[in-house]
Design a protein around this ligand. Sequence first.
Ligand SMILES: *Cc1c(COP(=O)(O)O)cnc(C)c1O
Length: 216
Amino acid sequence: MHLDDIRARIARAETAAGRAPGSVTLIAVSKLQPPERVRAVLDAGQRCFGENRVQEAAGKWPDWCAEFDGVDLHLVGPLQTNKARQAMEMFSTIHTLDRPKLARTLARLAQELGRCPALFVQVNTGAEAQKAGVLPADADALITEARALDLPVAGVMCIPPVDEDPLPHFRLLRAIGTRNGLDGLSMGMSDDFETAIAEGATHVRVGSALFGARAT
Ligand SMILES: *Cc1c(COP(=O)(O)O)cnc(C)c1O
C-alpha cells in the first residue's frame, strides 16, 4: 500500500506546477482490489474512492460506508441508463456522462430524487472506437445540453489511449473545459498523474500504483 508515497508525489507535482497544496483530489480507484487492501487504505485515512462498475461497488461499499465516516464514492466507469438510479444514490460524483440519452435520464431522476451527483462529461480524446466518451467535436454540445437540463456539470474527464503520449490528450481536455467555463479536470492515472497535475488536473484517478496490481 503506497498511499503516503502517492500523496507525497501529488504534493510535489502541485508545488512544481505552482498550484495550491491540496488543490488536487486523489481518487483511489479500488475496482477489483482484494478487500484487505482497500481496508488498509481506509485505515490509513483515505476517504475518496473510485469504482468503475455500479454492481461491484454496490456489493462491497455499504459495509465500509457504515464503518468509516465520510466515505466519498466516485463512479469512473461507463454508466448504463438502467443503473443510473442506483448510481445516483451511491456516488457523490459521476465522471462518465457521455451521451444525451444518459443526460436526460439523469435529469429526470434528479427531479425525482431532489438531488444529483456532480457530473463530469467524459471525452473520448483519442476518438477510439471501443472507448466510451463523447467525441471532442461533440463535447460542447453535450455540455450545453446537460446544462440546459439543469444538471450540475463540474468538469470534463478523459482516459487517453494506452500506448500514446497522454500530454496532448490532457491539453485537449483542458481546452474543452476552459472554453466551456468548467473548472473540473478529471485526468491522470497511475502512470501519468504527475503530468496530468502539471496540465491542471483537479482529480486524479489512481489504482494500481496505490493498491498494487489488480486481479483481472
Ligand atoms: C481503472 C481505472 C483507473 C485507474 O487505473 P490505474 O492505471 O490502475 O491507476 C482510472 N480511471 C479509470 C476510468 C479506470 O477505469
